[in-house]
Design a binder for this molecule. Structure first.
Ligand code: SF4
Ligand code: SF4
Length: 375
């Protein structure tokens, strides 16, 4: 069992124990560098798989004189990092005095290169999208952030892309976590590189967002690739085009670390936030599904939580302890599950615990209010 004696002593010394103090200390953690496995997708170019009905769909209701933010709204562009409408992010940046536009092409998760590949192949559109975002929010400068650790990829990237400086982020996964403070201090606003490409298309070609950039990869397909696909495509039809193996035991949609396992491939469609679809062959008989108390999950959590204890408390339904151990700080990065030698689904259990805690707190509040009314 991991050594938590000091932290538990603090609890029993009479203070309300909270992991938050510990987390503040740990925010400087740099995460771990994961195997990248980005090839051959990253250097293989982007293939388009689009339905005729969703290819180059004109924006509805476009008016002469619509500004950039309005066009982003009418084009229905979604930021691939946050899942939020791009126009809301632009609007917020404009109102918060944003000085720097960051085009996020980090792709720090294993296998995934669905931001970096379009940034490299569609640089003109990305640069145009960056210029439009700068104009929309009144920013003075911009840069493109990429991940320094590209594993054994032969792809080389210069100091700038289309004249926009490239910043190589050297932190471990999750890299965006290490950048939060820096972005805040320099008044930078971050936008997904793909959303900025869609912005350029919306303004210059007057087309709505009907496609997403997705990496298909894993040892359950014959080859990996980066795709631009229309949003009516299902995980199943895309995987089968790339040689889905009968021996695939798990398919994950989203990202390799933060994605979710799916079972019905033919009714799961890509969304504007889908960054990857991974088919994996896993030999479940080799797994030991019992925690061996090695503490690896605690060593790697980038926000300094104890996934070990959170996992235990979720399983035991001990909601007050979940609060004390600051479950709300979990960013769902999945690093704890990645390193767990017992292959426990720690991160997804913690996510479930977060949702259950909210329900528990709401029910508790409602009960207290009812008791007050009765008194
Ligand atoms: S998923 Fe949550 S608990 Fe696990 S490593 Fe990431 S932040 Fe920590
Ligand atoms: S990494 Fe897995 S086995 Fe090790 S303490 Fe954490 S939950 Fe237990």
């Amino acid at each position: 069992m991991p050594d938590f004696s000091n932290r538990l002593l603090a609890r029993f010394a009479g203070q309300r124990f909270s992991y938050r103090w510990y987390s503040d200390i740990q925010l400087a953690r740099q995460g771990i560098v994961l195997e990248q496995n980005k090839e051959p997708a990253l250097s293989g170019g982007i293939q388009r798989i689009c339905s005729r009905t969703l290819d180059h769909v004109p924006i509805d209701d476009l008016q002469e004189g619509d500004d950039i933010v309005t066009i982003a709204r009418k084009a229905g562009i979604i930021d691939e990092n946050t899942g939020r409408p791009l126009y809301l992010l632009l609007d917020r940046a404009r109102n918060s005095g944003c000085r720097i536009i960051i085009a996020d092409a980090l792709d720090d998760e294993p296998y995934i290169s669905s931001q970096l590949a379009p940034a490299l192949e569609m640089t003109d559109q990305l640069v145009r999208g960056i210029e439009l975002a700068k104009e929309a929010v009144g920013a003075e400068s911009a840069r493109i952030e990429i991940y320094k650790e590209l594993g054994d990829s032969p792809v080389t990237i210069g100091e700038n892309l289309g004249g926009v400086p490239v910043d190589r982020v050297g932190a471990g996964y999750p890299a965006d976590n290490s950048l939060i403070q820096k972005h805040r201090e320099e008044k930078a606003s971050v936008f997904g590189a793909c959303a900025l490409i869609h912005l350029a298309r919306a303004v210059d070609e007057k087309i709505a967002q009907t496609t997403v950039f997705v990496t298909v990869a894993g040892d359950g397909v014959t080859t990996s690739a980066n795709l631009e696909v229309s949003i009516d495509k299902t995980a199943g039809e895309l995987l089968r085009q790339f040689g889905l193996s009968d021996e695939t035991s798990r398919v994950v949609i989203g990202g390799s670390m933060r994605g979710v396992t799916i079972t019905d491939l033919d009714s799961t469609r890509v969304t504007a936030q889908t960054r990857g679809i991974l088919a994996m062959r896993e030999v479940f008989k080799d797994y030991n599904y019992t925690c061996i108390g090695c503490g690896k999950c605690d060593d790697v959590c980038p926000v300094g939580l104890s996934p070990y204890y959170l996992y235990k408390f979720v399983q035991a339904g001990r909601y007050s302890m979940l609060e004390d151990f600051d479950i709300d700080l979990c960013i769902g990065c999945g690093t704890c599950s990645y390193v767990c030698p017992a292959k426990l689904k720690i991160a997804s259990e913690i996510t479930r615990g977060k949702m259950e805690l909210v329900q528990y707190m709401n029910a508790k509040k409602e009960k207290e209010q009812n008791e007050e009314v009765r008194a």
